[in-house]
Design a protein around this ligand. Structure first.
Ligand code: ZN
Ligand code: ZN
Ligand code: FE
Length: 753
């Protein structure tokens, strides 16, 4: 006989791990116990050495599919007298250091999906069915370790039948914390905006389907927050949703009943199907087929964001409705997601006609994730449900740091040893509600993981709400604050993911970020090594006509570009875009050396060129015009425009000749798709030229511009062909949603070497 103590870390709680250990130990005739500890799952096993060896050998491969084992530490123990209990599951331990073991929410599993359609079962059509392999996790866990009393299921005591399943080692609900049934679990009802219930349970579902059929807007309390649903085939209904949500053009995602129902709507390959049916079940951007859903779902967009029903409530609703529905976040444009019934009735009251509600509280808002499965590697555009808060392995130990991220698409981060925890996407911080949510999320993460942060990190921009929060927390917690340059942090996020120390050439092509020289950066090439960087190349700066307003108006970016190129005369090209008085005021201000910031932003160059090509009216969300320019490209390659770079560092890329050639093309009446293609090719050629000039073998592509598939694919291919190693964001978004990771990486290592 021998005895071993085993500590298993990683995502091992809330995924059926202890029942699995019990089955495995029993199958090898081992005795002992397991329990959830604050740093993972603890095990002690006792038996013949061969049986112990077999147990340890089989453990990693046989573990539940949703588990992600980070480490297994085996320590010999003195043999104990044989007990009578075999292998048992002990109550959880609550003291000691807490390591990240919080699972993300899991999409409905096949077993539970079958169960809710089985008329003979006791969970027939029960919308809150779940098991060890599926169901809510991060959205219901209030504190660790993960056990029912510390979740939002605490107020639903198990009925005898559920209790029996929970205690039965042979049942797939053995020790599944959020389980429920119609007798003991949450229930469903439907109301109008007045909040008075008109139907419950099955009748509420029927009423919800009828509402969708009638073209009404349905607010549904989902897994991580409210969602707004409307028949995706009904143009009038979709248009009404756009008007009420104040979201004129930004694409909506649709939820479709099944993969089969999706086939007519979009191209699905194996990679896309795998993501759609993954436990993370994100919104997947797919090449769209004409028809199937109203054009107003995603106007002028060659992609369609689609997802499959991921909670039993969605499954029941979509099966009954039998057609795609728009499924978008339940919020007013730019505000955080609603999670609470009363709050939703107030805030979504002016938007939704019906509210499908339930009484399982949502502990924290978690939006749907968005992913595009590109050839090289999938690009996460929004990291939330199904991904957060899964740890991002770093390959090195960082000083415990809290990072506050940027201003748009905000996420916050926490480093714990050699892992980074990134919060779910919180959105833009332009509203008080969003800033409040950000603070709550920081405090939530620190408390959840019982972290003892030693440093704070934020952006260098003095006016970001995230910077102000960092300053406040630095005072309250008495911690040093590290202010990181925006684009340096973008590059560092990719370095963190790939464990790169540098030197790397970081192409940080982005919307905008605070530059230490007082200009607005965003078209930068930064040579990064360790925690330092040097600006080796950038776009020739141009003024942002009207300052902040130019961030949201591509025509103002174009006006600034024209002015920088040829003064007031060149601005004649913008004659049709503004009332004469506005244009004169703006050009006069620029002529007098005006008050407007200058920028080297690639995002603004995209905007300016898009406006020149006639996409300037696209301005309802950031990147809209740039997206239009990407989508306008024709297949195949086109010759680049000239974009000469100066010989001395930093090498300035002069867009002047580009502009001249582009305008000449326009004057010749060349088609727009040709010009758009040439522009993209120009930037790819510039990327290669900078890489050759700097001569660094590792190139990082970072920043919001690398959400552009054509640009990213072309640059990746050209650099790889020329012998460079190219690194991109994979586990976090390339946009500002990944900034916090880069900030953690830089601040957590600063001053160490
Ligand atoms: Zn299940
Ligand atoms: Zn029950
Ligand atoms: Fe950025």
């Amino acid at each position: 006989m021998e005895r071993r103590q085993i500590t298993i870390t990683g995502v091992v709680q809330g995924v059926g791990f202890r029942p699995f250990l019990q089955r495995l130990a029993t199958s090898h005739g081992l005795s002992g116990w397991t329990q959830n500890g604050p740093d993972g799952v603890w095990v002690e096993i006792q038996g013949p050495p061969e049986a112990i060896a077999a147990f340890l050998h089989e453990l990693p491969a046989a573990a539940p599919p949703q588990a992600a084992i980070a480490g297994i530490i085996v320590t010999p123990q003195p043999v104990e007298p044989p007990g009578v209990d075999g292998f048992v599951i002990l109550p959880s331990r609550t003291s000691g250091p807490i390591q990240p073991v919080i699972p993300a929410d899991l999409a409905l599993c096949d077993d539970c999906a079958a169960e809710i359609t089985d008329p003979g079962g006791r969970r027939f059509r029960y919308p809150f069915t779940n098991c060890t392999q599926c169901g809510p996790r991060y959205t219901i866990i209030a504190s660790l370790p993960y056990d029912r009393p510390r979740t939002s299921m605490a107020d639903f005591p198990l009925c005898p039948a559920c209790e029996q399943e929970y205690g039965d080692t042979g049942d797939r609900r053995y020790h599944a914390q959020p389980i429920a049934c119609p007798a003991c679990g949450p229930h469903l009802w439907i109301t109008g905006p007045d909040g008075r219930p008109t139907a419950e349970g099955e009748a509420a579902l029927t009423a919800a389907v009828a509402a969708l059929q009638a073209g009404e807007i349905l607010a549904l309390k989902g897994l991580g927050g409210f969602q707004l649903l409307v028949d995706a085939r009904d143009d009038a209904a979709v248009t009404r949703l756009r008007a009420r949500k104040r979201r004129p053009a930004k694409p909506f995602a649709v939820m479709v009943p099944s993969l089969a129902a999706l086939a007519p709507l979009a191209d699905i390959d194996a990679a896309a199907a795998a993501w759609l049916t993954a436990v993370s079940a994100p919104i997947v951007l797919l090449p769209r087929h004409p028809g199937g859903v109203a054009d107003s779902v995603a106007p002028d967009n060659p992609y369609l964001g689609v997802m499959l029903p991921y909670a039993p409530l969605h499954r029941l609703l979509l099966d009954a409705f039998g057609a795609p529905v728009v499924c978008t976040s339940g919020n007013l444009s730019e505000e955080p997601l609603c999670t609470d019934n009363a709050d939703a009735l107030v805030r979504l009251g002016p938007i939704a006609d019906r509210f499908l509600l339930h009484d399982r509280p949502i502990v924290r808002p978690v939006d749907d994730s968005v992913l595009r499965p590109d050839e090289a590697s999938p690009v996460l555009l929004r990291r939330a449900r199904g991904f957060a808060p899964l740890p991002i392995p770093l390959g090195r130990h960082l000083v415990s740091t809290v990072a506050l991220g940027g201003h748009l698409k905000n996420t916050v981060g926490l480093s714990l040893g050699n892992q980074a925890i990134l919060s779910q996407h919180l959105g833009d911080l332009g509203t008080l509600a969003a800033a409040t949510l950000q603070r709550r999320t920081v405090e939530d993460l620190v408390a959840l993981y019982a972290a003892k942060p030693e440093r704070l990190a934020c952006d260098q921009h003095p006016d970001y709400a995230s910077t102000r929060l960092a300053e406040t927390l630095a005072e309250v917690w008495e911690l040093p604050l590290h202010r990181l340059q925006h684009h340096h942090a973008h590059v560092a996020a990719v370095m963190a993911e790939h464990g790169l120390d540098g030197p790397v050439l970081g192409l940080a092509w982005d919307g905008s970020g605070h530059g230490p020289d007082g200009t607005v950066w965003g078209g930068e090439a930064l040579l990064c090594e360790g925690t330092a960087y040097r600006r080796v190349s950038h776009l020739r700066p141009f003024p942002l006509a009207g300052g902040e307003a130019a961030m949201r108006d591509p025509r103002r970016a174009a006006l600034g570009l024209l002015f920088a190129a040829g003064g007031t005369t060149a601005c004649q090209a913008a004659a049709d875009w503004f009332p004469p008085q506005t244009r004169q005021t703006l050009t006069a201000a620029m002529a007098s050396g005006g008050p407007f910031p200058v920028t080297s932003s690639m995002g603004r160059l995209f905007d300016a060129v898009a406006a020149l090509l006639g996409f300037g009216a696209c301005r309802s969300f950031e990147g809209e015009a740039a997206m239009a320019l990407e989508f306008a490209c024709r297949d195949g390659q086109a010759a680049p425009y000239p974009l000469p770079i100066s010989p001395t560092e930093p090498a300035v890329a002069d867009w002047g000749p580009l502009l001249t050639a582009l305008q000449a093309d326009m004057a010749r009446g060349e088609p727009r798709d040709y010009l758009a293609s040439r522009f993209h090719e120009t930037l790819a050629a510039y990327a290669l030229a900078v890489a050759r000039l700097v001569g660094c073998g590792d190139v990082v592509l970072a920043g919001g511009c690398f959400q552009n598939r054509r640009l990213t694919t072309r640059i990746g291919a050209m650099l790889a062909e020329a012998g460079f190693r190219v690194y991109r964001a994979q586990r976090v978004p390339p946009n500002d949603g990944g900034l916090a990771l880069g900030q953690l990486w830089l601040a957590g290592q600063a001053g160490e070497a």
